[in-house]
Design a protein around this ligand. Structure first.
Ligand code: ATP
Ligand code: AMO
Length: 486
């Protein structure tokens, strides 16, 4: 009996060996009554299978049956590996399979809502064809998401979620080896964990409740329960009311919480080591075909990062932005008009950076320090959640940080207030109804160590590592203000 082989493993070393593969009939090309080609695809990798009439082995009837297969049907193919002496176009593997048997496991409809060929095209291909007078189908994002199961089958779709899987795998593996315990916290909670309006409220058997905006409160309570270092991978719900390229209503949070000895730089040390390890792993051989598959459809430059992650003070970031604008002021009058408006937004030393300012700072940091991955720390207290520890030397600032990839936020983190009265005071000052989080505040009254942590948006990490333009591409079944299906 032939051995099952993965399409991606088919290579010239298997020449003359009999193999068995299962995949989808991507394209079926009858040549004559005696011959047909079927490109079989498995997990984004493709191989050309050749069916030729052979006495006792392949009948004309079988060639006819194969010629009538519909695209995307599931097939099992038994055959012999051969190595043609010309390059094979339209398949990833540079060998062929000479078919001896082919069995159709499940037949797809003759016409599908989108074709893999159309859904796999790069923007550049479409534009070049258009210049040459040929109109190629451009599949828009809504059509892709409405037909997500087909869209996911494209090489880029496969690559993105293989990379996503590696990110969460490295996250778990790294933290396990660093002595963190994996926990699972409730997603139905009594009060908002982050404050603000972005909360899904619901009725919990007659009691008001919400979907957790983060595992924040319970991951801190796990520290109160003496699990010194914890992490969680789980769903996070945000009732975002606007439609942006980087906000979802449900995303996957990679959360960490840990006791600290004396300073929240210990938390930043974990971020640093974790992400350098992660980026190194993503650049290793295992992920290479997936990164290439994504880049083929959505070209991007590899992420620039340092062996020791840059840590930049928020105030220094503001200063760089001011100087950046000054620099642009001298370079062009046109930019001058825009930058004055922008400068007005960002120079507030106790305000937050808006999306545009974050991007600009990302560019300036890249120019000055040669990295697209960095930590910005010591944020103004006013723009951070109630549980954030104020700086002891200046309470207008806080022991907190955000982390950026290519000028966009992927992580927020901080040292937490561990003193219950201050915590209660801060929650009230931030407009939170403390009765909804009383069990959380009580936990601090039973003795709480110094601690801190951070939360990572999984979909944002993959989006920004791969230089993709929209977070919906890195969420398998995205939930945004307009979409709750499929
Ligand atoms: P989080 O707030 O959860 O840490 P974030 O990326 O949304 O993540 P914020 O600090 O809230 O970060 O926002 C940074 C900037 O992003 C805001 O100043 C605003 O310009 C923009 N922004 C945030 N949320 C939204 C939203 N829902 N819609 C549009 N723009 C937003
Ligand atoms: P924050 O609200 O910044 O922090 O969220 C942490 C990270 O989650 C991602 N993120 C999102 N991703 C997709 N869609 C959204 N609507 C969205 N909102 C946030 C971002 C962000 O950096 N409890 C704190 C973390 C902590 O301090 O431990 C928190 O939730 O990548």
């Amino acid at each position: 009996l032939s051995a099952w082989t993965k399409v991606r493993e088919l290579n010239a070393e298997l020449k003359d060996k009999e193999i068995l593969i299962r995949g989808r009939a991507q394209t079926v090309r009858p040549v004559s009554k005696n011959m047909a080609f079927v490109v079989v695809r498995e997990s984004g990798f493709t191989v050309q299978c050749v069916v030729t009439v052979q006495p006792e082995i392949v009948s004309r009837q079988m060639v006819k049956f194969i010629s009538g297969l519909t695209s995307e049907s599931i097939v099992e193919v038994q055959g012999i590996v051969s190595v043609p002496n010309v390059a094979i176009k339209g398949a990833t593997q540079q060998v062929e399979v000479q078919v001896r048997k082919l069995y159709c496991v499940n037949r797809a409809l003759p016409t599908l809502p989108i074709t893999i060929e159309d859904a796999s095209r790069s923007e550049k291909e479409i534009e070049e064809a258009s210049k040459a007078g040929e109109q190629l189908v451009r599949v828009n994002q809504d059509t892709r998401l409405n037909n997500r199961v087909i869209d996911l089958r494209t090489p880029a779709g496969q690559g993105i979620f293989q990379i996503q899987s590696e990110v969460s795998y490295v996250f778990r593996e790294f933290l396990h080896t660093e002595g963190f315990v994996e926990i699972h916290t409730p997603k139905l909670i009594a009060g908002s964990s982050e404050g603000g309006a972005a909360v899904f409220r619901l009725d919990y058997k007659g009691q008001p409740a919400c979907l957790a905006q983060s595992p924040q409160l319970h991951k801190q309570m796990a520290i109160a329960g003496d699990f010194g270092r914890v992490f969680e991978v789980g769903p996070v719900f945000r009732a975002e009311d606007s439609y942006t390229h980087r906000h979802l209503c449900e995303f996957t949070g990679l959360d960490v919480e840990m006791e600290i000895k004396s300073h929240y730089s210990e938390v930043m040390d974990v971020v640093d080591k974790l992400f350098v390890t992660m980026f190194d792993r993503l650049n290793e051989q295992k992920c290479k075909p997936y990164l290439e598959a994504v880049a083929k459809q959505h070209p991007f430059e590899p992420l620039k990062y340092l062996r020791k992650t840059l840590r930049l003070k928020f105030e220094e970031g503001i200063q760089m932005l001011k100087l950046g604008f000054l620099y642009m002021f001298f370079s062009s009058n046109f930019v001058y008009v825009n930058t004055l408006q922008d400068a007005g937004e960002v120079v507030d030393p106790y305000g937050d950076l808006n999306t545009e300012a974050e991007r600009k700072l990302g560019n300036l940091v890249l120019k000055k320090y040669g990295t697209e991955f960095y930590i910005l720390y010591r944020y103004p207290l006013a723009v951070r959640p109630f549980y954030t520890m104020p700086c002891h030397d200046d309470t207008k600032y806080s022991n907190s940080f955000d982390v950026f990839i290519r000028g966009e936020e992927i992580i927020s983190g901080a040292q937490r207030v561990h003193v219950p009265d201050l915590l209660e005071e801060r929650a009230k000052a931030c407009g939170i109804d403390v009765s909804t989080i009383s069990t959380y505040i009580d936990a601090f009254r039973y003795g709480m160590p110094l601690h801190g942590g951070f939360g990572v948006g999984l979909e944002r990490v993959v989006m920004l590592f791969c230089g993709l333009k929209n977070i919906r591409m890195t969420s398998m079944f995205p939930r945004d203000p307009r979409r709750i299906a499929p």
